[in-house]
Every structure is written in structure tokens, then in C-alpha cells.
Design a protein around this ligand. Structure first.
Ligand code: NAD
Ligand code: UGA
Length: 461
């Protein structure tokens, strides 16, 4: 029997749920979509008439929300009502690395997923298609099934896996024009119902259907492969710095080989974001749980290389500043884990700053989209020192020129375009001499900066 989808509920109005449902609502005006979240502040922000106050900064998103909100896109904290009314329920809640008990520091914490499944089981009075949108360990659908199929009621649940591949900063474009949409499942009509939704704007040959387990595992594998490319080029960046090779030239030379391809070969201070590390740790944990030690060790190296890259970037600052940064002002330009997002989760900036703070540096942070509170929350979360000490050593400025004034060194940790357009001559004249720049993104122009009198270091040069 074919399914007719009139109402969709999405549990979790975060970086994935928010943009994904906004785009589905825009493309399918006849489907009513309710995004629910237990975080009342987040829902209030999604409902704020001032679109600049949406909880997520993502280019192009506010226009889509403006178009669909109140028409067929709604944001609510009433999770139960939205579940009950929906024909299809997306679960898009967070799946962070576990920070307690078995699998601590490695496994994905599935408590939020399980809570959703139990809530759906408790509330549903009609048949539902339940879609895993969150990134989950392979075989999670089996656990969901056992919760949903043992309610004692006559309600039928069909579980699909539909992992999301959007990247932050380009989420809207990625959703409107995805390389592929992946749908895993067992029930043909349920799969078809979701295919039909995406087919409104995605070519059918880009909509891939697989079994549940391939779909779940493909998501972890995709992130592992992407992160592995970054760690691979970052490992070569260190060799470039020793040998006179230039990592940008090497990346271009290898990337022109169509078998390798040019994307994800940008050397950096290390990858960040909420998912690469979490998903690889999870992959390593799963491999170990099947006693596949070589597989686990192979992927773990991607994380170890990334940790090394962040550490050596900070070490280089300390060594170059005559082996001490104690009491020296260091300006950090960029706190987000990449440009065009206000997300700072696992940002390399946090770890570089923490390392410099261990050496008693005075840190001044500027980021165009990250508020001061967030910087402090990120540092406090590491628990490296008393919160009061962090506040004594760290300042956040809303003005980049202010952040750089009287600094001994500037570290560029996010590739925000605006950094390229600054008046670097003005910055130089207000800094201490020698004036160091450590470019963790190879964003700026060496010749221009050296002419202005800066001492310029870039990753991989
Ligand atoms: P997020 O933390 O931004 O959003 C998750 C939201 O779920 C939070 O607002 C939280 O309050 C809410 N939530 C948790 N449990 C709930 C419950 N029981 N009831 C109601 N609300 C609940 O996370 P995110 O970045 O959107 O990631 C969500 C999932 O998508 C993760 O599994 C992640 O790995 C995956 N993913 C993320 C990205 C990305 O770019 N951020 C991309 C692809 C996949
Ligand atoms: C990544 C994937 O690209 C998405 O496909 C996936 O859906 C998402 O993770 C997820 O599952 O969360 P995202 O983390 O938002 O997306 O951003 P990326 O563009 O992948 O960048 C991740 C990190 O790698 C950033 O810190 C970025 O600066 C760094 N990076 C990326 C490099 O250092 N070099 C590169 O060449 C590319």
C-alpha cells in the first residue's frame, strides 16, 4: 500500500534538522512540517521575527525560513503532539561521543536517539515511517526496531536510514543540489514515500536506495574518507615545511589526477566540526567491538594526525616567539571550525588557544559570527584551568583591529573571507615588533605581508 505523506515531524531543530526541514518545506509546500526540540531557547530563536536571530547562521537559510515559516513550516516544543500528528518522523538529534561509562571517548552516545524512539512508541496512535537522519553506528536501526516493535499496540513502524551529507556553511546549496540522497530500508513502500519527497527537486538517478546497514555505514565511511584526505594532506604539510616543497603546489599537482580529485586537499591547522572526529572515533570503536584491530588502528591514525597538526601549530608559535608566550598578547582571528558558520564544535581554535593558555599567553579572539560567551563555554568545557583564570587570560573583541592591537603575534585559525580584506598595514603599525603571523589556513598573501614587515608563517610552506 502506498503511503501519502501530509505531515512530517522532525525531532531535533539543530544544524541538520533546521536547514533540512526548511528546504523540504520550501520544496514541498503541500506537506506540513513541524520541527520540534526540547531546547525552548532554540525553538524561540527559530520563531523570532528577526531573521538575524535564527539559532544557526547559514548562508541563504533565512530567506527560506522567511518563505516557509507559518505557511507549512512550524517550530515547536510540543514534541508529543507533532509525533502523534505526523505520517513521517525524522530523528535528527545529536549523537555526541560518549563521555561516561563503556565506550567513553569513543562510542556514540545514543541516549537521545533512544529517548526519541521511546517517545514515538509511547505517543503514536497511527502508523509511522521513522527516518534516521542523525549519523548513527551501523545496526542502530535494529535497536530502534526492537523498541518500536515491542509496544504492545497495533501501530506499525517502518524504519528508514537517510543520513545527511550537508556541510555547514554550504548547507542550503548542498540540500538543494546534493551529490546524492541515500535511503536505506526494508519496506519498499516506505522507501518509495521518502524517495518521492526528494524527487520533487533531486534527479532520481541521484537518489540511491540500499539496505539499512549499508546506508548507516556509508555515512560513517563518507566522513572517515573526507577527514582522511585532510589528515593525509596535513601530514604532507609538515614534510613540506622541512623540505622546501609547498603544500599548495603539491595539492594542486596530485589533485589534477582525476583518480585523486582536487577537493578536500586544503592543508589546515586541523579539521574541526562536530562530526569528523566523533564519527571516526565511532568507526574505530565499532571495528574494535568486532575485534578488527587493524581496521581500527588504520582509521584511528586520522585522528592522531589531526591532533598532531593542532599541537604542532601551537608549538610552532611558542618556539618562534623565542620559546615563551608568557604574558604575550596573541590575537586569534577566527574561532568557528570553518568559515560561514557560527558553529565552534571541535574547532581547532579551541585547542590551539588552550595550548597557548597553558603557557600563560594573553589571548584576544575575534570571529565575525561567534559571540564571546561561546568562546568561554568552549574553553571552560575542556576543564584545563579554573574558569576565572580563563577569563583573566582571554578577551573577545568585536573589532579585529582592536584584537590585534599591541599583539606579538596573530594566528589565523578560520578562513573567513573578510580577513583577506583587512588593512594589514594599519594592523602592522599597531603591533609589537617583530610582528608574527601564523596562518593556519594559508589565507593571506606572503609577499604583501612580508613587504609590510610581518614575519609570516603558513601551514605547509
Ligand atoms: P545539534 O546539536 O545542532 O541539534 C540536535 C538537537 O536535538 C538539539 O537542539 C537538541 O536539543 C535536540 N534534541 C536532542 N534530544 C532530543 C529529544 N529527545 N527531543 C527533542 N529534541 C531533542 O546537532 P546537529 O549538528 O544538527 O546534528 C544532528 C545529527 O546529524 C548528528 O547525529 C550529527 O552527527 C548528524 N549530522 C550533522 C551534520 C552537521 O553538519 N552538523 C551533518 C550531517 C549529519
Ligand atoms: C562534514 C562533511 O563535509 C559533510 O559531508 C558531513 O555531512 C558533515 O561533516 C557531518 O556529517 O557533520 P562539515 O564538518 O560541516 O561537513 O564541514 P567540512 O567542509 O567537511 O569541514 C570539516 C573540517 O575540515 C573543517 O574544519 C574544515 O576547515 C576542514 N577542512 C576541510 C580542511 O582543513 N581542509 C579541507 O580541504 C577541507
Amino acid at each position: 500500500m502506498a503511503f501519502t505523506i501530509k505531515k512530517i515531524c522532525c525531532i531535533g531543530a539543530g544544524y541538520v534538522g533546521g536547514p533540512t526541514m526548511s528546504v523540504i518545506a520550501q520544496q514541498c509546500p503541500d506537506i506540513q512540517i513541524t520541527l520540534v526540540d526540547m531546547n525552548t531557547e532554540r525553538i524561540a530563536a527559530w520563531n523570532d521575527p528577526d531573521l538575524d536571530l535564527l539559532p544557526i547562521y547559514e548562508p541563504g537559510l533565512s530567506d527560506i525560513v522567511a518563505e516557509a515559516r507559518g505557511r507549512n513550516l512550524f517550530f515547536s516544543t510540543n514534541v508529543e503532539k507533532a509525533i502523534d500528528e505526523a505520517d513521517m518522523i525524522f530523528i535528527s538529534v545529536n549523537t555526541p561521543t560518549k563521555n561516561y561509562g563503556k565506550g567513553k571517548g569513543m562510542a556514540a552516545d545514543l541516549k537521545y536517539i533512544e529517548l526519541c524512539a521511546r517517545q514515538i512508541a509511547d505517543v503514536a496512535t497511527s502508523d509511522k515511517i521513522v527516518v534516521e537522519k542523525s549519523t548513527l553506528p551501523v545496526r542502530t536501526a535494529a535497536a530502534l526496531k526492537s523498541i518500536l516493535h515491542n509496544t504492545g499496540s497495533s501501530v506499525n513502524f517502518h524504519i528508514l536510514s537517510n543520513p545527511e551529507f550537508l556541510a555547514e556553511g554550504t548547507a542550503v546549496q548542498d540540500l538543494l543540489n546534493p551529490d546524492r540522497v541515500l535511503i536505506g530500508g526494508e519496506h519498499k513502500e516506505a522507501i518509495q514515500a521518502l524517495v518521492d519527497i526528494y524527487a520533487r527537486w533531486v534527479d532520481r538517478d541521484r537518489i540511491l536506495t540500499t539496505n539499512l546497514w549499508s546506508s548507516e555505514l556509508s555515512k560513517l565511511t563518507a566522513n572517515a574518507f573526507l577527514a582522511q584526505r585532510v589528515s593525509s594532506i596535513n601530514s604532507i604539510s609538515e614534510l613540506c615545511e622541512k623540505t622546501g616543497a609547498d603544500v599548495q603546489e603539491v595539492a594542486k599537482a596530485i589533485g589534477m589526477d582525476t583518480r585523486i580529485g582536487s577537493k578536500f586537499l586544503k592543508a589546515s591547522v586541523g579539521f574541526g566540526g562536530s562530526c569528523f572526529q566523533k564519527d571516526i572515533l565511532n568507526l574505530v570503536y565499532i571495528a574494535r567491538s568486532y575485534n578488527l584491530q587493524e581496521v581500527a588502528d588504520y582509521w584511528e591514525q586520522v585522528i592522531l594526525m589531526n591532533n598532531h597538526q593542532k599541537q604542532r601549530f601551537a608549538d610552532n608559535i611558542i618556539q618562534t616567539l623565542f620559546n615563551t608566550v608568557n604574558g604575550k598578547k596573541i590575537a586569534i582571528l577566527g574561532w568557528a571550525f570553518k568559515k560561514d558558520t557560527n558553529d565552534t564544535r571541535e574547532s581547532a581554535a579551541i585547542y590551539v588557544a588552550d595550548h597557548l593558555l597553558n603557557e600563560q599567553a594573553d589571548i584576544f579572539v575575534y570571529d565575525p559570527k561567534v559571540p564571546a560567551e561561546k568562546v568561554f563555554v568552549d574553553l571552560d568545557y575542556l576543564n584545563s584551568r579554573p574558569d576565572a583564570e580563563t577569563r583573566r587570560l582571554v578577551s573577545v573583541s568585536e573589532d579585529p583591529y582592536e584584537a590585534c592591537k599591541d599583539a606579538h603575534a596573530i594566528a589565523i585559525l578560520t578562513e573567513w573571507d573578510e580577513f583577506k580584506t583587512y588593512d594589514w598595514s594599519r594592523i602592522k603599525s599597531n603591533m609589537k615588533s617583530p610582528s608574527f603571523i601564523f596562518d593556519g589556513r594559508k589565507l593571506l598573501d606572503r609577499t604583501q605581508l612580508e613587504e609590510l614587515g610581518f614575519v609570516y608563517y603558513a601551514i605547509g610552506e
